[in-house]
Design a protein around this ligand. Structure first.
Ligand SMILES: Cc1ncc(C[n+]2csc(CCOP(=O)(O)OP(=O)(O)O)c2C)c(N)n1
Ligand SMILES: [Mg+2]
Length: 523
């Protein structure tokens, strides 16, 4: 059988449903093999970066690895940002990349650059197929690695001269990596540590969502009755009305939860990825830490680990919940919870302005538990991280590792394909929107339905704010926008420019049918 036919069999064997990509001369055999697959839908996108973002968000929501495809050189280079985004946010992703034939890789050679090296810092594993017989093993290893804790990106390059080689190998059986649990001694030490302290603060990260440990986390918090705060990417783990919910942390000096953390005598840190925010920002007092995660703690001066529970987070918390833990109830001074609600504008809206905070309240009010909101990166992401309260975990997708602009529109396509029944709302700045706006055509062609809210402020607002703060003025951060309504229309997408919150509310109340772009003009 032709190598690429076997490769596609291996992808089917891994349960791949979609591949997002753009083909080139070096991937023609792969495209030919994909055309014969009845299980995999190949989706031709408009920019490889979009393909990788689609795979990233699909991976986060489906628990399967998202797959993207490109050709050598320029195609691979265009994939890099999305591959890095998945790697830093621990989303499972496998990239399949064409490459120049091995016979010309030693030369200065058309469109050739060393993709394995290019992608090494952006992946868990970057490899080139050298021997056709290894295809089943390489694909199996790629998916196993991408999905294993902590999940991330894997890149496989396939030299053109090998693509049509005949091989007889078959896909390898799919096995998942075993889930480990902490040993009895570690558990005993952790319990003693908890009992020794009177004022723990619980810090929660995305690992709790990834490992489906939210119920177990709630049981632990309800037992200890200690205050808890979560990272941007762990939003939705606690109901907003929960007594111990001190909302989102990770805003550095603007962190409203920080005074509370500073009053604690001990931190219980669960499934938190440092990539979101280093402990230097939230543990200035170097409080002792109980580290609960799938991997051992990183070394950091501001993360003085006294005990580590390493293993599957759900099972670890189940084991902790079986111990005789006693109440560790305390509250930070100054009615901090109410203060955070005011600072982050979590409470009801104050006025009728079309501000991002008021828009977020409307979304919260008018959407279901299953609605997925995808944020792009900019000033609006900070507002979303502060204000927006998703009703369930994994219903707010934020790029917070690489924090890359341009993820939201293609990411919404990945979300819609992973969760076809769930409404999807994409919130993007005008800067980020135009980076990958072409994927509107992909969404339209696929017949998807989701809403895109563009914050049309003709500026890179986050940078404007930061420059004004630092220098009293700004430079090189404003632009002129196209007419987003006409632009949407040209893609066959409905565009609306609401003037009031009431108008916006009416749009949000409508069931999603087809693509809608909402242009929110401000200055
Ligand atoms: C790909 C990429 N380029 C640059 C940045 C740096 N950056 C972060 S936020 C931002 C401004 C985003 O502007 P816009 O999309 O209009 O959103 P706004 O801040 O106006 O809400 C920039 C340039 C980034 N995070 N990602
Ligand atoms: Mg903007």
């Amino acid at each position: 059988m032709k190598l690429t036919d076997t490769l596609v069999q291996c992808l089917e064997n891994e349960g791949v449903e979609y591949i997002f990509g753009i083909v080139g001369t070096e991937t023609l055999d792969l495209a030919d093999s994909l055309s014969k697959s009845t299980k995999i839908q190949y989706i031709n996108v408009r920019h490889e970066q979009g393909a990788a973002f689609m795979a990233d968000v699909y991976g986060r929501l489906s628990k399967k690895a998202g797959v993207c495809l490109s050709t050598l050189g320029p195609g691979a280079a265009n994939l890099v940002t999305g591959i890095a985004s998945a790697q830093l946010d621990h989303s499972p992703l496998v990239a399949l990349i064409g490459q120049a034939g091995i016979e010309r890789q030693h030369n200065e050679s058309h469109q050739y650059m060393d993709i394995v090296k290019l992608l090494e810092p952006a992946t868990k594993w970057s490899t080139q197929i050298q021997d056709p017989k290894t295809v089943p093993a390489v694909i199996r290893k790629a998916f196993r690695l991408a999905l294993m804790e902590k999940p991330g990106s894997v890149a496989i390059t396939l030299p053109e001269n090998l693509a049509a080689e005949q091989i007889t190998n078959s896909p390898l059986p799919v096995t998942t990596a075993p889930e480990t649990v902490p040993d009895a001694d570690s558990l005993k030490a952790a319990i003693e540590l908890i009992q020794k302290h009177t004022k723990p603060f619980i810090l929660i990260g995305n690992g709790v969502i990834r490992q489906e440990a939210v119920q177990e986390l709630l049981t632990l918090i309800n037992t200890l009755q200690s205050p808890a705060t979560h990272s941007f990417m762990a939003k939705g783990v606690l109901p907003p009305e929960h007594r111990q919910n001190f909302f989102t942390f990770g805003f550095k000096e603007n962190d409203a939860a920080l005074p509370g953390i500073n009053e604690a005598d001990f931190l219980i840190v669960i499934g938190l990825d440092f990539v979101e925010q280093l402990p230097n920002a939230w543990n200035k007092n170097k409080l002792p830490v109980l580290h609960i995660d799938t991997l051992p703690a990183e070394v950091n001066e501001y993360y003085p680990v006294k005990s580590e529970l390493v293993g599957n987070i759900k099972k670890t918390l189940q084991a902790l919940n079986q111990a005789e833990l006693t109440v560790r109830s305390w509250l930070p001074s100054g009615n901090l919870q109410a203060q955070i609600k005011t600072t982050y504008q979590i409470a009801e809206r104050q006025d009728e302005a079309l501000s991002i905070e008021n828009v977020l309240h409307l979304i919260e009010k008018n959407t279901s538990e299953s609605t997925i909101v995808i944020s792009d990166v900019g000033a609006h992401k900070v507002s979303i991280a502060k204000t927006y309260q998703p009703k369930k975990p994994n219903r707010l997708i934020i790029s917070n590792g690489l924090a890359t602009m341009g993820i939201a529109i293609p990411g919404s396509i990945g979300a819609k394909l992973a969760c076809p029944a769930d409404p999807v709302i994409c919130i993007t700045g005008d800067g980020g929107a135009l980076m990958n706006f072409a994927e509107l055509e992909t969404a339209k062609r696929l017949g998807l339905s989701f809403t895109i809210i563009v914050l049309d402020d003709s500026m890179l607002r986050l940078e404007v704010k930061q420059m004004n703060q630092k220098f009293g003025d700004h430079y090189g951060v404003t632009f002129q926008n196209p007419d987003f309504i006409q632009l949407a229309h040209s893609f066959g997408v409905k565009g609306i420019r609401p003037k009031t919150l009431a108008e916006l509310e009416n749009i949000l109340k409508e069931p999603q049918q087809g693509m809608v772009l909402i242009d929110l003009v401000s200055n």
